[in-house]
Design a protein around this ligand. Structure first.
Ligand SMILES: Nc1ncnc2c1ncn2[C@@H]1O[C@H](COP(=O)(O)OP(=O)(O)OP(=O)(O)O)[C@@H](O)[C@H]1O
Length: 338
């Protein structure tokens, strides 16, 4: 669905010094219907990559393909047409502040020349989809951050795009709102099959909704793979650092703090045949043993493997693996971080 082939992108220097090579020989393939996450530190080249996909930037060399269109070869008129099939949401929402919620969502449909009746039906449907029917007449300034992003999502979906690009879409939101927006994106992907490419600097975002991910550093795509696999076995030092930072973050704690030393932890990877029963058993077992276990990935979609962080030493993790196996799960200790 989306392909970047041997992309090279250089920006001319801003102050007469050396030009900046933002992307270096980047290759990427995103499959139809998947949610693909790209993570990287500031300046890694994530935004440049996204702007290449919707044709806002052109590469020095290489090709960008979106749904059969070679974005890099299109003339301005064709590019505008191709762009209607690419929706985008932004960190700071980019809403039209003088227009109501309803009018913001209607805007791309008006530009596309849709009839009044078509616009009415579509906007009402989209507002219902994002849970904002009752705020249709409000202005963006009267909305919370999460509601603003819901308007952004509805607007991005107005022309039934095949691809949704998310540019740090939850970076301006608190963790709870982030969770609900990610959940909405996941549901939309499930219901419409829209191919979703998101960029972020937060591993937790990738873990929450992406099936596969790419890691960028200094203009290069340094690692691509299944999120669970990369988490279990990060090969590049930069990826390892992202994983480590996530593991050491005190978040998503399903168990109360038992005063353990949290400076050491072990990651356990497991697959459950079912979900809730096993999880309940595991909770009880961990409680009995006074252990802290955090779900790092796999919490939203029961079909994906779970990644658990167990605070404690290798012996503790081995005990948890034994418990998991006794509950019918496939489980193994993946990586130790201290
Ligand atoms: N218009 C521009 N002119 C010159 N240099 C640019 C321009 N846009 C980006 N760059 C440079 O290209 C490199 C990649 O930038 P880019 O914004 O793609 O990275 P990023 O990973 O999205 O970073 P961030 O997370 O901070 O937005 C950086 O060194 C940046 O300074």
């Amino acid at each position: 669905m989306l392909q970047l082939k041997e992309i090279q992108k250089t920006y001319p220097s801003r102050s007469g010094s050396i030009p900046v090579v933002a992307l270096k020989d980047v290759n990427l393939e995103v499959n139809e219907g998947e949610i693909f996450g790209i993570i990287g530190r500031s300046g890694a080249g994530k935004s440049t990559l996204l702007r290449l996909v919707n044709g806002l930037e052109t590469p020095d060399s290489g090709e960008v393909w979106v749904d059969g269109w070679s974005i890099t070869r299109l003339k301005e008129r064709e590019l505008r047409q191709a762009r209607t099939k690419i929706g985008m949401i932004f960190q700071h929402f980019n809403l039209l502040w003088s227009r109501t919620v309803w009018d913001n969502v209607a805007f791309p449909l008006e530009v596309a020349g849709r009839s009044k009746e078509e616009i009415r039906q579509k906007v009402n449907h989209l507002l219902e989809r994002v849970g904002l029917s009752d705020r249709a007449k409000a202005y963006p300034s009267q909305l919370s951050g999460g509601q603003k992003q819901r308007v952004g999502i509805a607007r991005a979906l107005a022309n039934d795009p095949k691809v949704l690009l998310c540019d740090e879409a939850t970076s301006a939101l608190d963790p709870e709102t982030t969770g609900s927006i990610l959940q909405l994106l996941k549901e939309i992907n499930r219901d419409t099959g829209i191919t979703t490419l998101l960029i972020t600097h937060e591993m937790s975002v990738v873990q929450a909704i992406c099936g596969r991910m790419g890691v960028m550093d200094d203009g290069r795509m340094i690692e691509v793979g299944e999120v669970s696999e990369i988490f279990r076995n990060p090969s590049h030092p930069v990826t390892r650092q992202f994983v480590r930072q996530t593991l050491l973050k005190e978040q998503s704690t399903p168990f109360e703090d038992k005063g353990r030393d949290s400076s050491a932890c072990i990651v356990v990877q497991c697959r459950f045949p079912g979900l809730s029963d096993v999880w309940e058993e595991l909770r009880k077992e961990a409680d009995r043993r006074q252990l802290q276990i955090h779900v790092l990935a796999g919490g939203i979609d029961p079909s994906t493997p779970w990644t658990l962080r167990v605070e404690g030493d290798r012996e503790t993790a081995d005990r948890i693996v034994t418990v998991l196996r006794s509950l019918g799960a496939e489980a193994e200790v993946a990586v130790g971080v201290s």
